[in-house]
Ligand binder design. Structure first.
Ligand SMILES: N[C@@H](CCC(=O)N[C@@H](CS)C(=O)NCC(=O)O)C(=O)O
Length: 230
């Protein structure tokens, strides 16, 4: 049985967790890893031992194939497993799935810059920088607004069926809202509606954050003096 090495509440690992549930793939063994107590990330020496790619998630398939990087894992599983097509049926559908996925992936990267350099949680682990936090926040919200303009009237984020873009978007927003308490801007009503609907699906795990870390992480906007401009 393939093994998925995952970090319980991380937004990248959750892309895969949500995907597996939506795809109906249950023949994957989940190996849940936790960073050392008191840390939100692993020392490089530890993560290298766990993951040849230097980060989680990774999947190790039955034939020994190791795939790292969450988006590559979703592609690999789409290419190698049956079940519902979660990439889109036509070239146009697939292009839309990739477009939305890319925008949300960029959003999470910018959010990471904001949180890593601005949150009290990451003090000591990452260099503090108000400027980096502000740039990260600005670009994060800009990407959400771009996603807002891409969402049509369809039920799911990239069309009328669930795609990998839903999994990526959900995992990202679940983390930014749930763990750091950053709301979706009020000028993104379609994104908010989609989030409210999709978060009720059984594929979306209930929040499971370490309480001490969660208490420090919440309120990232106030901690970094960021306001959502309207
Ligand atoms: N681009 C990677 C990012 C993965 C990533 O950053 N994962 C975090 C956990 S959510 C991690 O393993 N970080 C290593 C560390 O912080 O030491 C992906 O999509 O899989």
């Amino acid at each position: 049985m393939p093994k998925l090495y995952n970090f319980a509440f991380g937004p990248y690992p959750q892309r895969v967790t949500i995907y597996l549930a939506e795809k109906g793939l249950s023949d994957v063994e989940l190996v849940r890893l936790e960073p050392p107590r008191g840390r939100t990330n692993w020392p490089p020496s530890v993560i290298k031992g766990l993951s040849p790619n230097g980060s989680l998630p990774i999947i190790v398939d039955d034939d020994g194939t190791v795939v790292g990087q969450s988006l590559a894992i979703l592609e690999y599983l789409e290419d190698t497993r049956g079940g519902p097509n979660m990439r889109g049926k036509t070239p146009k559908d697939r292009a839309r799935t990739r477009e939305v996925t890319t925008v949300l992936d960029e959003a999470l990267t910018f959010f990471g810059i904001w949180a890593r350099h601005g949150s009290r949680l990451n003090r000591g682990a990452d260099r503090e920088s108000q400027e980096a936090a502000e740039i990260g926040a600005e670009r994060y919200f800009q990407r959400l607004r771009l996603a807002e303009r891409m969402i049509g009237d369809a039920e799911f984020i990239a069309g009328n069926t669930v795609t990998t873009a839903d999994c990526v978007a959900m995992a990202s927003l679940h983390f930014t809202l749930g763990f750091y308490g950053v709301p979706i801007p009020s000028d993104c009503p379609r994104l908010s509606d989609w989030y409210a609907r999709f978060s009720l699906r059984p594929s979306v795990p209930p929040p499971d954050y370490p309480p001490e870390q969660h208490a420090i992480a919440l309120g990232l906007m106030a901690q970094t003096g960021i306001r959502i401009r309207s």
